[in-house]
Design a protein around this ligand. Structure first.
Ligand code: 26A
Length: 340
């Protein structure tokens, strides 16, 4: 079957409920200023409180869905498809609208009972605390992937957000194994410190299949701690990730660790030198919101991979898209479209 999509992305389609907060709000819900967590019962009041008392904006979110919109931004029409589970509600319509605007194809499964997942994003200064009630997103099952396996076969590369390890390890592994079997690139993001910390075993199960593994410095150090690497040196951690045992010997693994405004670190399997790559500098005054900057970087980077660009160009495309996203509210990209 001829390949139709350059990239298939799987993870949690979420609606971001984003607002300015303060210490009192963080304290009320037991949130750290800069974090991403799964909501518990005690957090359920947060979403309404953000909407009613804090003038929240409703924005399309979900980390890998942001990356998918980002990759599509840089690729010809109909290059990227995103899959995940939503509810039958107006929140799903907001996501569809944003995806349509970005030209992103989706194959949502609609759950009958659960509403679309929500991520409360509480901004305090330069920090943002994210608290996710997965709801329908948590209902994605391997059967849904199997029912749509033609899309998997029609895609040339797979990107799974590590956040999906909280939902379906089976679906993640099915894509990972298919990638190795067909010699297609399989990309995984570490997503948040709690993934290497509390989902270590599922993460380790996917590790042999990573052709690309991507994360930021806090996720890399969380990985180092949970795997007892006894170092917080980012280049050393990146090198470790790149050189873990690998299933598909036809591709060298590439590990990418972003560090905010500090240079991005890249380690290639079997290479002794770790590369560093500067970010695109942007005037502090121009930064509207950092939410989703990492997702944007991944989107730009994998658009480059899909185009077959050399590593330096892929990195530059990632930095370029991240800089654009920093100038927008939430995990968004500017329209009318800018070209790289
Ligand atoms: C399972 N969890 C916690 C999550 C997320 C998530 N996306 C998927 N699963 N927690 C936060 N996000 C998304 O991260 C983006 C910023 O990088 C938010 O929806 C936000 O758009």
């Amino acid at each position: 079957m001829p390949a139709t999509y350059e990239l298939l992305c799987l993870e949690n389609p979420l609606l971001d409920i984003q607002a300015q907060g303060d210490e009192a709000l963080l304290e009320k819900y037991g949130l750290k200023p800069n974090d991403a967590i799964l909501a518990e019962e005690k957090h359920m009041g947060l979403y309404e409180e953000l909407m009613e008392g804090h003038d929240a904006k409703l924005l399309a979110g979900g980390a890998a869905q942001n990356t998918a919109r980002g990759a599509q931004y840089l690729l010809p029409p109909d290059s990227v498809i995103f899959i995940g589970c939503v509810g039958k509600d107006k929140y799903a319509d907001i996501l569809l609208e944003a995806n349509k605007k970005a030209g992103l194809k989706v194959n949502y499964r609609y759950d009958d009972k659960q509403p679309t997942g929500r991520c409360g994003v509480v901004i305090t200064g330069h920090n943002r605390s994210m608290c996710t009630d997965l709801a329908a997103a948590n209902c994605y099952k391997i059967e849904h992937l199997k029912e749509n396996w033609d899309l998997v076969e029609q895609s040339k590369a797979y990107y799974v957000g590590g956040y999906h390890l909280t939902v379906s390890v089976e679906a993640t592994m099915a894509l990972a194994k298919e990638a190795a079997k067909e010699n297609k690139p399989f990309c995984l993001s570490l997503s948040a410190p709690f993934i290497p910390q509390f989902f270590k075993d599922p993460l380790d199960q996917t590790a042999p299949y990573w052709d690309y593994v991507i994360g930021n410095e806090t996720e890399a150090t969380s990985y180092a701690d949970s795997h007892d690497l006894k170092t917080h040196d980012i280049p050393a951690i990146a090198k470790h990730l790149a050189n873990l045992p690998k299933e598909n010997g036809k591709r060298k693994r590439i590990a990418i660790v972003t560090q905010g405004t500090d240079p991005t670190i890249i380690a290639v399997q079997g290479e002794s030198d770790v590369k560093t790559f500067p970010v695109h500098s942007i005037d502090k005054k121009e930064i509207v919101d950092t939410t989703g900057a990492g997702d944007a970087f991944a989107g730009g980077f994998f658009a480059g991979v899909a185009k077959g660009e050399k590593l330096e160009t892929c990195l530059d495309m990632g930095q370029w898209l991240a800089a654009l996203s920093l100038r927008e509210l939430g995990p968004s990209y500017p329209f009318p479209q800018k070209s790289y």
